[in-house]
Design a protein around this ligand. Structure first.
Ligand SMILES: Cc1cc2nc3c(=O)[nH]c(=O)nc-3n(C[C@H](O)[C@H](O)[C@H](O)COP(=O)(O)O)c2cc1C
Length: 202
């Protein structure tokens, strides 16, 4: 599990907390993250979490907000949204999986239609062509037919859709608990063990 390399993209959908809680879990599990944040992803991180990546690192913000990451030996390498020459633009780089959290309807569209117009869409394109797991965490409601079709196309192409719909049976006490539920569902799909919430015992 340790040393798994996960490309993580943060786009401009509401739910930036899903992204930072997922990144915290990755760090605590010792994973190597290649992080790409879109322009609107940056904006939502500032507006919803108070994390300005121009002046602070994800790791610094997490520590300031929640204290040291438990057993955190993972790492985050940042790439620019428009850096189409970055390592993760090529299938010759061996990352294990890609997660887009949260995934805007605009980026969903770009992935579903193979636009590859920025590093997020290109890395997703490569992830699919290399037959590696691609997990999208879309957040939008209600959905129009175009968006539903784009979800269908992405799922048909091999992406897993983890809708940003936290459950309540685990009795969440905080927004972090709700976000951890989604982070945990993503990790479970990647077959990565975690303790972000207790399993349903029936
Ligand atoms: C405050 C704010 C909240 C937004 N929330 C959502 C959202 O929940 N879902 C979504 O699909 N788009 C949302 N958008 C619109 C996207 O940010 C916009 O379509 C943008 O072009 C997405 O680009 P990106 O995918 O490259 O980040 C929001 C925009 C703003 C400014």
């Amino acid at each position: 599990m340790a040393d798994r390399r996960i490309v993580t993209a943060v786009t401009g959908a509401s739910g930036a907390l899903y992204a930072v809680r997922f990144l915290r879990a990755c760090l605590s599990l010792g994973m190597r993250v290649d992080l790409v944040v879109s322009e609107y992803g940056h904006r939502l991180l500032i507006e919803e979490c108070g994390l300005n990546l121009k002046v602070e690192s994800v790791e610094g913000w997490l520590e300031r907000r929640y204290g040291p990451v438990p057993r955190g030996t993972g790492s985050i390498t940042r790439h620019g949204e428009h850096e189409l020459g970055a390592s993760i633009a090529s299938g010759s780089q061996g990352w294990d999986a890609m997660v887009v959290v949260p995934c805007s309807m605009k980026t969903l569209s770009g992935i579903a239609h193979g636009a590859a117009s920025n590093l997020i869409e290109r890395a997703a394109d490569v992830t699919l062509k290399e037959r590696r797991p691609l997990i999208l965490v879309p957040r939008e409601t209600p959905l129009n037919l175009v968006q539903i079709e784009n979800l269908r196309i992405a799922a048909t192409a091999g992406a897993a859709i983890v809708t940003a719909m936290p459950a309540f049976y685990q009795k969440p006490q905080s927004l972090e608990d709700l976000a951890d539920f989604i982070a945990g569902r993503v990790l479970s799909l990647l077959r990565i063990e975690h303790r972000l919430f207790p399993a349903w015992e029936g």
